[in-house]
Design a protein around this ligand. Structure first.
Ligand SMILES: O=C(O)C(=O)C[C@]1(C(=O)O)C=C[C@@H](O)C=C1
Length: 289
């Protein structure tokens, strides 16, 4: 009877070295291709390096392919770092984060999502984060996901008609909160980018109402227009009537014809309707992160 020779540690490490060399060579090849992607974007006048919809598609494809003992969440972290580096290589990329009351949860989520080498600045409140995004000193702002009736809610500030206004463009964490010091915290990212669908999205609408409307009536009006309400997570009282935040299943762009139908059916009850943005549904909702 022959027994298989015990693996030789030096041989195994030589194989690891060869794999590491191969991985690094592939990353260098990827850099060359991303350089060509940037040139192609410039040639077609296609705005901006950062494409959160495309990044979500890349992550979903890799997550579907992924198997074995190497953790999915760690794989996502590696690719987040890779894609953030390739975003920075195409142009300035900086992140403004709400970091209030010494609570570092959003900072951790932002750093994990946008990369350890991306410049990040802390801001004491959401208004300052949005000012940094509007003023261009930050490409992206990271803010708590809107909920409830909080005073100083930031989402009403995204209402407006300007085509280049800041919009919600992603939700964090995309896979796992890791060791973020936030205890279940989740965040959204805002940026002055044209929003683009990832193929599996949710959208945020601000509904400026003339008077309070029951949730069931909002859902009925939305359904009649072909829109499915995922949640009605937040409301504020404004002098002319309440503003409701609606989270919609699927992607809704500024010129979605369903919005016209909703305006028509709601009539005087709806004073204003703004698309606040959309986000790719995180992997953590469809698969353990
Ligand atoms: O596909 C692009 O547009 C790229 O710029 C490439 C890339 C990547 O590294 O895969 C980098 C940045 C974008 O946010 C999305 C993807």
């Amino acid at each position: 009877m022959t027994s298989a020779a015990a693996p030789n540690l030096d041989d195994l490490r030589r194989r690891i070295d060869a794999i590491d060399d191969g991985l690094l060579d592939l990353i260098h090849q990827r850099a060359t291709i991303v350089g060509a992607v940037a040139a192609a974007k410039r040639a077609t006048g296609s705005a901006g390096a950062f494409r959160p919809g495309r990044e979500a598609q890349v992550m979903r494809r890799l997550a579907a392919r992924h198997h074995g003992p190497f953790g999915l969440a760690t794989m996502v972290r590696l690719w987040r770092e890779i894609m953030c580096e390739f975003t920075r290589l195409q142009g300035p990329f900086a992140v403004a984060v709400q970091f209030a009351d010494g609570r570092p949860g959003l900072w951790d989520l932002a750093r994990d999502h946008f990369g350890a080498e991306t410049p990040m600045t802390p801001h004491g409140d959401a208004r300052a984060v949005l000012a940094a995004v509007d003023g261009g000193s930050a490409t992206v702002g990271v803010l708590p996901t809107p909920a409830g009736t909080a005073d100083g809610a930031w989402w009403p500030q995204l209402r407006g008609a300007a085509a280049d206004r800041a919009r919600i463009i992603s939700r964090l964490p995309f896979a796992s909160p890791g060791s973020a010091r936030g205890d279940g915290l989740d965040a959204v990212a805002v940026a002055r980018l044209p929003s683009e669908p990832s193929g599996d999205d949710r959208s945020f609408l601000a509904l400026d109402l003339a008077a309070p409307l029951p949730d069931a009536e909002i859902s009925r009006l939305a359904a009649a227009a072909g829109l499915s309400i995922h949640a009605l997570p937040a409301v504020i009282d404004a002098p002319d009537g309440p503003a409701r935040l609606a989270e919609i299943d699927g992607y809704v762009g500024d010129d979605d014809p369903r919005l016209g139908r909703l305006r028509e059916d709601a009539g005087q009850r709806l004073r204003g309707l703004t698309v606040l943005g959309a986000y790719a549904i995180p992997l953590s909702e469809s698969r353990a992160g």
